[in-house]
Design a protein around this ligand. Structure first.
Ligand code: ZN
Length: 165
């Protein structure tokens, strides 16, 4: 039997005549002859080259698509003071506040000690529960531009900015 391509089946070791099948078996890639390929129940064929190209393409897609709008907010710097003071004003203890926020009391205590910044979602809840304002618009010019990938043109960016102000 002539083996023109010089390929050998990585399962049975026989020379592969004609088409070889690269498949993923138990996490590894194996090149199989047609017979072994069929024996494996014809799993999906893995093309090594195509897999690499696909990865590259995926990396070009921005991980954070246009989430510039509707609002860019951040938690205000003196959130600790605001949370504690408004909670005390409402005569709520940390246990109660924790319960309302569905977090542990420890988390509330760390908020008030300024050691843990609430997430945007938590700040929203705090605003609701305590009737305070914790979220402020993000300062413009914090390298937000750098996160925008090539599919956003400069024109788009300008439009978003204008719409915001
Ligand atoms: Zn084989």
């Amino acid at each position: 039997m002539v083996n023109v391509g010089g390929e050998y089946c990585e399962m049975c070791g026989s020379a592969i005549v004609g088409k070889s099948y690269t498949v993923e078996i138990e996490g590894g890639l194996l090149k199989l002859c047609e017979r072994c390929y069929r024996k494996q129940g014809s799993p999906p064929i893995v093309e090594r080259k195509e897999v690499k190209i696909e990865k590259k393409v995926r990396q070009k897609i921005p991980s954070r698509p246009k989430r510039l709008s509707p609002e860019e907010l951040e938690v205000t710097e003196d959130y600790d003071r605001i949370i504690r003071e408004s909670r005390e004003r409402l005569r709520m203890d940390t246990t109660e506040l924790a319960k309302r926020l569905k977090v542990s009391e420890n988390v509330v205590k760390r908020f008030e000690a300024g050691r843990l910044k609430p997430t945007i979602d938590q700040a929203r809840q705090l605003e609701k529960v305590l009737g305070v304002k914790l979220l402020v618009p993000t300062e413009v010019g914090e390298g937000v531009e750098e996160e925008i990938d090539t599919d956003v043109t400069l024109g788009d960016v300008a439009n978003i900015r204008e719409g915001k102000k």
